[in-house]
Design a binder for this molecule. Structure first.
Ligand code: NAI
Length: 344
């Protein structure tokens, strides 16, 4: 079996090379992202393995189908970069639903602590032997209300971490969980009551730009916003306005709406073309990390193993794979279709 692996980074290879030991699988690692311009690289392969910023739109799907590629194996949880409905009857799509919710939840807390206690600023000051504390006053997390939007695997772990800090955890989810320890509220109530808001729901047509000017207007003054989910959940211009008006106290962003051609690459020494990102980064109370929340050793090993298991399951089990996406509703976790047989 031949896998074309797109958007390869050095940290991807060891886990995948280990996972295919003793299997009849070969992987060709391409640095290019999969998109309309690069899809011809997939000719002659059975599987394309992709990450968060590869693009699988109608044009790419049609080409992959023409080349006889059978499977798109996402080595990530989110799949907003794949037009799943257009894949129906053409190509199957599997993903890695969970690899380490701890990695992402812990990074979310890292962003919150760093912003609140100005650790990013303190690091630079003490490097210069400047031990002044001016401007570093934070607030106790203990007793504060954190609003978690999306209480799936990551949201639940983040809730546990916050409860460990003595915080009140309120939540909004279109499918609330019983006995989860969360106090479920409406979105408006969550906006009104939360000192910190952390986003952990997927990017869909419904959630795109859910944090816009109207939502921000309902939030508490000084609210801290954390987004380790997907950039498109936030309307960036509204965020910048909220920061400039001092409505938003701070924001920790691991994802950015237009990250596609920027994140995962080294642009030091270049002039940043994206003025909006440059503006965000210039603000003292915003921290941007480059979609690194997933990046732990445990997560990388689990990603590689589950991706290879998905591929083996698909080809050896008559196309049945429990991590295949549903082409009708475009999701897995709440799919109403039977999951023990092929979608098509
Ligand atoms: P999950 O599928 O376990 O949980 C998602 C939750 O969001 C579910 O409970 C679902 O009911 C809820 N949801 C769906 N639509 C909603 C809506 N309209 N409003 C409110 N809640 C809604 O997913 P998991 O593993 O917790 O991941 C969450 C997100 O984190 C992923 O969609 C992905 O975009 C992002 N992610 C980011 C990573 C990073 O490195 N920054 C790494 C892994 C995931």
């Amino acid at each position: 079996m031949k896998i074309a692996f797109f958007d390869t980074k050095p940290y991807d290879k060891p886990g995948f090379e280990k996972s295919i030991e003793n299997n009849d699988i070969t992987i060709k690692f391409f640095e290019a992202k999969l998109c309309e311009d690069t899809v011809q690289l997939a000719e002659g392969y059975d599987v394309v393995c992709i990450f968060v910023n590869d693009i699988v739109n109608k044009e790419v799907i049609d080409k992959l189908y023409e080349y006889g590629v059978k499977l798109v194996a996402l080595r990530c949880a989110g799949y907003n970069n794949v037009d799943v409905k257009k894949c129906y009857k053409k190509i199957h799509v599997v993903h890695v639903p969970a690899y380490s919710p701890y990695a992402v939840a812990e990074h979310s807390m890292g962003l919150l602590l760093t912003l609140n206690r100005r650790i990013h600023k303190a690091y630079i000051r003490t490097k210069d032997f400047n031990f002044s504390l001016n401007g570093f006053t934070g607030f106790d997390l203990h007793g504060k209300t954190v609003g978690i939007i999306g209480t799936g695997k990551i949201g639940c772990v983040f809730g546990d971490i916050c409860r460990g800090f003595g915080m009140r955890t309120v939540a909004y989810d279109s499918f609330p969980k019983e006995n989860s320890g969360f106090e479920y509220l409406t979105l408006d109530e969550l906006y009104e009551q939360s000192d910190i808001i952390s986003l952990h729901c997927p990017l869909t047509a419904e959630t795109k730009h859910m944090i816009d000017e109207k939502a921000i207007a309902k939030m508490k003054k000084g609210v801290v916003l954390i987004n380790t989910s997907r950039g498109g959940l936030i309307d960036t211009e509204s965020l910048i306005k909220g920061i400039k008006e001092r409505k938003i106290g701070a924001a920790g962003l691991d994802v950015y709406e237009e990250e596609g051609n920027i994140f995962f690459n080294d642009f030091s020494g270049h002039i940043m073309d994206d003025d909006t990102l440059a503006r965000l980064i210039s603000m003292p109370n915003i921290i941007v990390t480059g979609h690194q929340a997933f990046l732990t050793q445990e997560a990388l090993n689990n990603i590689a193993q589950t991706t290879i298991d998905n591929i083996i399951s698909f080809f050896s089990n008559d196309g049945v794979c429990e991590n295949e996406l549903c082409y009708h509703c475009g999701q897995v976790s709440h799919c109403q279709h039977i999951r023990d047989k092929k979608c098509f």
